[in-house]
Design a binder for this molecule. Structure first.
Ligand code: GRF
Length: 203
């Protein structure tokens, strides 16, 4: 079974979608073995606890440099035997230590159709505010591999969501989560785990 480590920073609705997908069998090639938050007391850690998944906090402020913080996450994931890392609402930047330890094995969910409204400074509600400001009629979510460019890695899956009359950023964020993020993230994680499982079996 492929071991999945999940990185979180907040409410953990995407983590919950992964937990639910594992229970329902949508994710059958992988198993979530740990959850790491860069912030204490976030509800995502509660969700992990309720699902009997080990959770821990690794705070940037506990480390002298961003590279040390990054290495602490990599070392923890390696110590748990994690094969693939999923960034589910994770708001810290990953650096060289993590990227090299998990080359092409870190997945991120971004709440827009990349290459629109992505990159440095585009996260959370701000993504939806910019989409509304621009006046696009369609937005959505993207699951992609993580590399050194923010939101720049190879796209794995996308799902479109229509913007409706009177949408606020909050309303739009909720619709994109419900109609796109929580659907394509589990599907993409299963796809990647299934491939990794095949690679592992073929030696
Ligand atoms: C979501 O909009 C996700 O796309 C973004 O962070 C937000 C919060 O995610 N990456 P979660 O509820 O903590 O999973």
């Amino acid at each position: 079974m492929v071991k999945i480590g999940v990185l979180v920073s907040g409410g953990g609705t995407n983590l919950q979608a992964l937990i639910d997908a594992q229970k329902s069998g949508i994710i059958k090639s992988g198993e979530i073995v740990c959850v790491v938050s860069n912030k204490p007391d976030v509800y995502a850690l509660e969700r992990a606890k309720k699902a009997n998944i080990e959770g821990c906090v690794i705070k940037k402020s506990d480390y002298v440099t961003p590279a040390d913080f990054d290495k602490a996450i990599a070392d923890y994931m390696l110590s748990k035997g994690v094969d693939v890392i999923v960034m589910a609402g994770f708001l810290a930047i990953v650096g060289e230590n993590l990227l090299s330890a998990y080359k092409d094995r870190i997945i991120n969910i971004h709440p827009s159709l990349i290459p629109s409204f992505c990159g440095e400074g585009f996260y959370g509600l701000k993504v939806h505010e910019k989409a509304l400001e621009y006046g696009v009629k369609v937005t959505g979510a993207t699951v992609h591999f993580v590399n050194e460019i923010p939101d720049g890695g190879k796209i794995i899956a996308q799902k479109a969501v229509y913007i409706e009359e009177g949408d606020t950023a909050e309303i739009l964020q909720k619709r994109v989560m419900e109609q796109a993020e929580w659907i394509i993230l589990p599907e993409a994680v299963e796809m990647v785990c299934c491939k990794l499982k095949g690679d592992k079996n073929n030696g």
